[in-house]
Design a protein around this ligand. Structure first.
Ligand SMILES: [Zn+2]
Ligand SMILES: [Zn+2]
Length: 306
């Protein structure tokens, strides 16, 4: 984030803050400068908030829109659990949540800029540093997958669920726009493992930036409703669809490893993979019934029948 902030200061914020909060005593080469120096704690916080929030909105809206028009199976909108005006509701929810999620994340990004994290810069200089860089990718995915699994599973606890996670399950049949449509605290907790990782384990800052962008893409992709991969190792969009409908399965983000270990893995079936079965009204009606039953059990409204 320090590199991003450096360029944002150079091209945007130096001029912006000089205009909004000019210094009446200081000028550099005849140009008015801001009374707010670059290393001011509150200036760093405001700049990081603006960068992350605007970048988050753009990334969400562009990737979800592309996915919605190019990938998403629009026949799913005939499902009885697809809400009236759902796409608009998902977008409103996500666009409203992103600034709050950014606010909660701010201490981590500011900590990174102030050099408190274990992020490091520069290009690898020898084969060991290249190997470490390469190993950072599976290490980051494995660690964050574990963290997200347990936070997500915890949020399905009846006492927690209705306060934090219920909003994301409003979308029983999600579109790509549901990818960031969370209660902000829910969204923050599910991103917390990424931030914790770089305060615990050294990681190249450019790789981290790439991975952070990638996880946002991935989050959109697992909500795209197009079930190409039959993998039982990767947590595909079919797995996450099963999570939205059948609820107490597939809490993971990238892999099925933790679900298999935690006995919560449910492999998608032809109901997801076979287009004819997928669009069958009887299948959709049964899914709608099961979704209501299982959510009712989780909320403690109905006794367990399984
Ligand atoms: Zn969930
Ligand atoms: Zn989801």
């Amino acid at each position: 984030m320090d590199t991003v902030l450096h360029y944002a200061d150079q091209f945007v914020f130096d001029k912006l803050y000089a205009h909004v909060w000019p210094s009446y005593t200081k000028q550099i080469a005849g140009a008015i400068v801001s009374s707010w120096p670059r290393d001011d704690f509150w200036r760093i916080n405001l700049s990081l908030f603006l960068i992350t929030c605007i970048f988050g909105w753009i990334l969400y809206l562009v990737t979800a829109t592309l996915s919605y028009y190019l990938v998403f199976d629009h026949d799913y909108m005939k499902h009885p659990k697809f809400l009236k005006n759902q796409v608009r509701l998902e977008i409103e929810c996500a666009v409203g949540a992103i600034p709050w999620m950014t606010m909660l994340t701010l201490p981590f990004f500011t900590g990174e800029v102030l050099g408190k994290s274990m992020l490091y810069g520069g290009m690898p200089k020898n084969v060991y540093e290249w190997l470490y860089l390469a190993a950072s990718v599976p290490s980051f995915l494995f660690f964050t997958d574990c963290g997200i699994y347990w936070f997500h599973r915890w949020m399905h606890h009846p006492l927690i669920y209705k306060h934090l996670h219920k909003l994301h399950h409003k979308w029983v049949i999600p579109t790509p726009f549901a990818s960031h449509a969370f209660n902000p605290f829910d969204g923050f907790l599910q991103s917390l493992p990424y931030h914790l990782y770089v305060f615990m384990i050294p990681m190249n800052k450019y790789l981290y930036l790439f991975m952070f962008t990638f996880v946002n893409f991935w989050t959109v992709m697992i909500h795209d409703g197009e079930f190409i991969s039959h993998s039982s190792v990767i947590n595909t969009s079919a797995h996450h669809f099963v999570h939205h409908v059948y609820f107490n399965y597939n809490y993971g983000q990238y892999f099925t490893f933790w679900d298999k270990l935690g006995n919560s893995h449910r492999q998608p079936t032809d109901e997801q993979y076979d287009k004819t079965l997928r669009d069958d009204q009887k299948v959709m009606a049964r899914q709608a019934h099961d979704a209501e039953e299982i959510e009712g059990e989780t909320l403690g409204l109905k006794s367990k029948t399984l």
